[in-house]
Design a protein around this ligand. Structure first.
Ligand SMILES: Nc1ncnc2c1ncn2[C@@H]1O[C@H](COP(=O)(O)OP(=O)(O)O)[C@@H](O)[C@H]1O
Ligand SMILES: [Mg+2]
Length: 247
């Protein structure tokens, strides 16, 4: 479980201060799929960075409760792959940085992750040989290689066309079902958030605070076809209204 309590983040520059997040309190259960939506600049990336421990909050706290502690994987909007390394070598990188002892076993786990994300035929390719969607698959594989129990994803499919995004959404759900990490997924797309999530956190304009939380009760496994159902469309309308609501 992740417990976030009264989180606040102020960036202090030379001449100005920017309050990016204010009074964020949130409980996320183990294995939940949570999306975060909100206007540009409202602090979504800041929230993920705090969750990852990359930056510190100004006040408030975040706790990872439970015996497993935290093992975090991150996927960014840009795949940030090393251009001189093949797919396999890019995925292997986090293990290399951890200086793992059992290299043979690690190589095996690279192979199974490669299969899981559907990259089998591309393991020896270089990033420039891959489409945008493929690069994001590599980024996901690289995040999963250390068996994270928390997967943080910052608009990972934001630059993909709709068909590719749909495909990756469904593949991500299948991976999530198999490995069951807790997922925090930032997106601009309301329909993507609904398709994927158990809950959607709606943030206000900066400083981002929690405006509302919507529970998505659509049955699982989800499919792209669900998007054209009346029930799904009702969710879209409902979430949009909540985003646009002034408070
Ligand atoms: N390192 C930083 N220093 C100063 N201000 C920052 C920094 N990172 C983000 N900000 C500011 O904090 C606010 C929230 O940014 P961010 O978390 O990136 O928002 P989002 O991901 O929702 O678009 C923005 O106004 C942004 O300009
Ligand atoms: Mg951002």
């Amino acid at each position: 479980m992740i417990e976030i309590t009264k989180l606040k983040k102020i960036y202090s520059g030379k001449n100005n201060k920017v309050c990016a997040l204010n009074n964020i309190s949130l409980e996320i259960k183990k294995g939940e799929f949570i999306s975060i939506v909100g206007p540009s600049g409202c602090g979504k990336t800041t929230l993920l960075k705090i969750c990852a421990g990359l930056i510190k909050p100004t006040s408030g706290k975040i706790e990872y409760v439970g015996k497993n502690g935290k093992r975090i994987g991150i996927v960014f909007q840009n795949s940030v792959l090393l251009p001189w390394r093949t797919v396999r070598e890019n995925i292997f990188l986090p293990l290399e940085l951890q200086k793992i002892k059992n290299v043979q076993k690690a190589k095996k786990s690279v192979s199974s992750i490669v299969e899981l994300v559907g990259l089998n035929e591309f393991t020896d390719c270089y990033p420039f040989e891959l489409s945008g969607g493929m690069k994001q698959r590599v980024a996901i594989a690289r995040a999963l290689i250390t068996s994270p129990n928390v997967l943080l994803m910052d608009e990972p499919f934001g630059s993909l066309d709709e068909l590719m995004r749909n495909k990756l959404n469904i593949d991500l759900l299948n991976i999530w079902r198999k490995l069951r990490p807790t997922v925090l997924f930032v997106t601009h797309s309301v329909s993507e958030a609904i398709l994927l999530s158990d809950k959607i956190i709606i943030l206000s304009d900066r400083p981002g605070s929690i405006k509302d939380i919507v529970t998505v009760d659509l049955k699982r496994p989800r499919s792209v076809d669900m998007k054209i159902t009346k029930e799904f469309q009702e969710y879209v309308k409902w979430v949009r209204q909540k985003i646009e609501l002034n408070n």
